[in-house]
Design a protein around this ligand. Structure first.
Ligand SMILES: [Zn+2]
Ligand SMILES: [Zn+2]
Length: 373
């Protein structure tokens, strides 16, 4: 497990910062590091997540209190290890997941839509060229299948609260005033679960890791977001579930660079091939492709092999493979080869040696001028 930074340090606020200061500090960081503003920036994404996590805790007085007392361990222990913590499970859920789940069991039975989740999925360039079905494991809160979300043990009833008669509030006289307050028996729900459902402990929801299948379409690129409706966390008390967003990140490829729907690669040819022209074989994403080198090709030339790039999303067209030409200069010439090249130079009216000297003289001359200034 990686070492987590202190939440106050993350938000750059004092330990006694008030709600408003915390909100302001988070806003500032969230705007700075928002993934929409920093596409394909892993560091910004991590900063954004870190700040969001810190804010989720510090904005909530109960969570903040837990964090102040127990640190990260206090919050983590609640989600993973309940045994030996010395705190009642319900209290933990109330503290840590209170606003996440809108309260459990006997608190508020108001419908609350489930949270939407985001899952970052890394895929290969080949995956988005050929398309692929993937399975992802998504940890989420789901409706308890045993009780169907009621929280009551199957075969038992949820009864109307006898204290408030289902109103959720009771009247209390204090001196001259009559005050309404939340019913202490049912905690404002108006209903009481007499026999809690064992798998969910009366909460109606359980934590589960769900395998979800997703088809990666041909042509999608990093930052592409799939919205899977209803695959987020369960809603409470009949409310609809949230959605699951799967955000695609295409891993860098060792041989190809993607430029929209074109693939860019490079090929080395000899200076003879560059001069006279040639047919060479280039490794494409699906094997070897033939490439025609026209005579007189220069270093850095971009030659195109049509329809060997990335399919265009939801269309039948395909991008191109663009080959950037590198020209290799021969080394270790034998005397025969050298003589032939010198002959060639002479035919072209070039003297390799003189040109060479002239170049260096020019360069050195310029340097000296720079130095005197
Ligand atoms: Zn249940
Ligand atoms: Zn009641």
């Amino acid at each position: 497990m990686t070492q987590k930074r202190d939440y106050y340090q993350v938000l750059n606020v004092d330990r006694d910062a008030d709600e408003n200061e915390i909100k302001k500090a988070y806003r500032k960081l969230a705007i700075q590091f928002h993934p929409d503003k920093n596409p394909n920036n892993k560091e910004a994404e991590d900063k954004f997540k870190e700040a969001t996590e810190a804010y989720e805790v510090l904005r909530d007085p109960e969570k903040r209190n837990t964090y102040d007392r127990f640190g990260h361990a206090g919050l983590e222990g609640m989600t993973t290890d309940f045994s030996g913590f010395g705190v009642n499970l319900d209290d933990l859920f109330g503290d840590v997941f209170g606003d996440l789940l809108g309260g459990f069991g006997g608190r508020q039975r108001a419908p609350k839509r489930g949270r939407s989740l985001q899952y970052n999925l890394e895929v290969t360039l080949e995956d988005v060229i050929h398309g692929k079905q993937v399975s992802i494991q998504v940890p989420r809160i789901e409706t308890c299948s045993t009780c169907g979300g009621s929280g009551a043990k199957p075969g038992t009833d949820v009864i109307t609260c006898p204290r408030c008669h289902g109103r959720g509030q009771i009247s209390q006289s204090q001196g001259f005033f009559t005050m309404a307050r939340t019913c202490p028996r049912c905690h404002g729900e108006g209903e009481i679960i007499q026999d809690p459902c064992p798998p969910c402990n009366g909460k109606g929801v359980v934590r589960n890791t769900r395998e979800i299948k997703l088809n990666i379409d041909k042509g999608v690129d990093s930052g592409f977001k799939y919205q899977l409706r209803g695959e987020g966390e369960a809603g409470l008390n009949g409310a609809p579930p949230g959605d699951l967003y799967v955000v695609i990140n295409v891993a860098p490829h060792e041989r190809f660079h993607r430029d929209e729907n074109n693939l860019i690669t490079s090929a080395k040819i000899s200076f003879i091939q560059a001069t006279l022209g040639a047919k060479i074989s280039v490794q494409g994403i699906d094997g070897h492709e033939e490439l025609h080198i026209p005579p007189g090709t220069q270093y850095g030339a971009q030659l195109r092999i049509p329809n060997k790039g990335v399919p265009i999303y939801k269309r039948s067209n395909i991008g191109d493979l663009i080959v950037e030409i590198e020209i290799e200069t021969p080394t270790h010439l034998n005397s025969e080869e050298r003589r032939k090249l010198e002959e060639f130079a002479a035919m072209r009216g070039e003297s390799a040696n003189q040109e060479h000297e002239g170049f260096w003289e020019k360069l050195l001359g310029r340097h000296e001028e720079d130095d005197t200034e």
